[in-house]
Design a protein around this ligand. Structure first.
Ligand SMILES: C[S@@+](CC[C@H](N)C(=O)[O-])C[C@H]1O[C@@H](n2cnc3c(N)ncnc32)[C@H](O)[C@@H]1O
Length: 495
């Protein structure tokens, strides 16, 4: 059945301009991915009737994959399918496809297509407001590939789900939250969604809701970013998650990964303690793919301080150069102070000047400059192909003692003492952490993007202040700033 549904969908894609589909965040799941998703459910072998929800059903690819899957379960006699879809242009195809499935199935299929907005139509029920249906629709299974679309913070969908929003949300996590709401207790949902929600402050409310009311049972990571969606140009890194609606924390979660997309025959599979994958009050999800990464998490999660706990904090550089053309200078002049860029970070040190354009600023604006203190500079952006995500350099104020203030471009981050200036040994100690392989791997597990965010860095586990200073003294003594030396020093504190 699925082959037929897919081939009709391909015809639809050919005839429908991309611009039209984009309005609804519409792109379609590939056959292999849809089958893989449907296979993930643990279906009770005693059930005679199963109910399933596919919200944002499109042409019905996922519904059809699910129907194929349950058709194999002997006990199941009847399937009740509910599809939500609000793009009128695809409703004809959806209906046609579901009729096709109905006539080709050995089991009884009853289906309904709801054309209202999946989110706003359940506003009263989700928020348990006056007038809500006391018995909202709940399903045994939920399957979905939600629309991926950023919407305004005052869009009707955002206002319908204030509990999970923080600023301008993305429709995909509103769908995932509503999907979980629509599940019966202990029911399972399988969703294909971007990876971005697994870390960062912006998704915290969603993570809190999703991972309190539900528990991750299976996560699948794709080998490469694109080509997860056949014929579609989706560059977001995407994952598949299976979530069970339960408050009971499972012992483990399974994480699979495929080298190339669509190749689900050769999966790498790992079973990991649940508390290692979902951890801390921020509900971060750590996407480990092998035992080495598990080992990294194990080691670092033994540390129970964070940078703010030890009196320091990472901040983002102060000056957006292209918005401040008038204050930039190529050469030093009266009143000018250095503006540090990522290019000034070299082999663990900060080199200045390097005859780069705009490496000085002249300004009275206090918010664009900072005290000439000791800092650890950390690049904010690195290219995908670079070997390390965390790249840092020790900045010592004494090397630039002619300046009382300096500035930092906002494409670097810097670590600063919260109350007092950091000592040299503390800066060097932080360098040991940030230049080690352990922390680099840790950051990659936590955040799939190439950007280094202060929020995540400030919540990373670090050793206590004394130990970090101690490490700094060892590094200063050895005068070897290499990654291998940092690894050796850090290893001594990993217990
Ligand atoms: C990413 S597509 C997925 C289609 C299909 N499930 C698949 O996997 O091939 C998301 C679908 O959700 C629909 N959609 C977007 N916003 C919606 C809303 N608020 N309510 C119901 N459907 C919506 C879009 O029209 C689109 O068909």
């Amino acid at each position: 059945m699925l082959d037929q549904v897919i081939s009709r969908t391909n015809e639809y894609i050919e005839n429908m301009p991309k611009k039209e589909r984009k309005k609804y965040g519409q792109f379609f799941t590939s056959k292999e991915t849809a089958r893989f998703m449907a296979e993930l459910y643990l279906i009770d072998g005693n059930k005679q009737t199963v109910s399933v929800l596919d919200a944002g059903a499109g042409s019905g690819i996922l519904s059809c994959a699910f129907l194929e899957r349950v058709s194999e379960i002997e006990s199941v006699q009847a399937i009740e399918l509910t599809c939500y879809e609000n793009d009128k242009k695809i409703l004809g195809l959806l209906r046609e496809n579901l009729e096709y499935c109905k006539s080709h199935m050995t089991k009884e299929l009853s289906y309904r297509i709801l054309t209202e907005n999946y989110i706003t139509s359940q506003y009263l029920e989700f928020n348990q407001l006056l007038g809500a249906d006391p018995e909202p629709d709940k399903y045994d299974y939920v399957i979905g590939n939600p629309p991926y679309m950023k919407i305004a913070k005052d869009a009707p969908e955002s206002k319908a789900m204030p509990e999970v929003c923080y600023g301008a949300p993305n429709l995909y996590f509103l769908f995932a939250s509503m999907g979980l709401f629509n599940l019966k207790d202990d029911g399972e949902m399988v969703y294909i969604i971007p990876r971005s929600w697994t870390s960062g402050a912006y998704f915290k409310h969603f993570r809190q809701y999703f991972l309190t009311s539900g528990k991750l049972k299976h996560i699948h990571l794709f080998g490469s970013r694109n080509k997860v969606f056949d014929k579609e140009d989706v560059l977001q890194e995407t994952i598949v998650v299976k979530v069970q609606k339960t408050t009971e924390v499972p012992d483990t979660v399974t994480i699979t990964s495929s080298q190339s997309n669509g190749d689900f025959a050769n999966l790498k599979s790992l079973t990991v303690p649940y508390n290692l994958v979902v951890s801390g009050e921020d509900y971060y999800v750590y996407l480990v793919t092998d035992e080495t990464e598990v080992d990294v998490l194990d080691k670092l999660h033994k540390f129970d301080s964070t940078l703010p706990d030890i009196g320091v904090r990472m901040k983002t550089g102060l000056t957006v150069d292209f918005r401040n053309w008038d204050i930039l200078r190529d050469e030093e002049e009266e009143g000018a102070v250095p503006l540090f860029y990522a290019q000034h970070i070299k082999q663990g040190k900060v080199q200045f000047p390097i005859k780069k354009e705009h490496e000085y600023v002249v300004t009275d604006q206090k918010s664009l400059t900072q005290d000439n203190h000791n800092y650890l500079f950390v690049k904010r952006f690195t290219a995908k192909e670079e070997p390390r995500r965390l790249q840092c350099g020790v900045y010592l104020s004494k090397n630039f003692s002619q300046y009382s203030r300096i500035s930092t471009q906002n494409k670097i981050n810097f670590i600063d003492g919260t109350f007092t200036e950091m000592s040299e040994c503390l800066v060097y100690g932080l360098y040991v952490l940030f230049n080690s392989t352990l922390y680099d791997v840790y950051y990659r597990i936590l955040n799939g993007s190439t950007q280094v965010n202060s929020t995540e860095i400030n919540s990373m586990p670090v050793p206590d202040l004394q130990s970090i200073q101690d490490m700094g003294r060892k590094l200063m003594k050895s005068k070897d700033m290499s990654e291998s030396n940092c690894n050796m020093i850090l290893e001594g504190y990993c217990g």
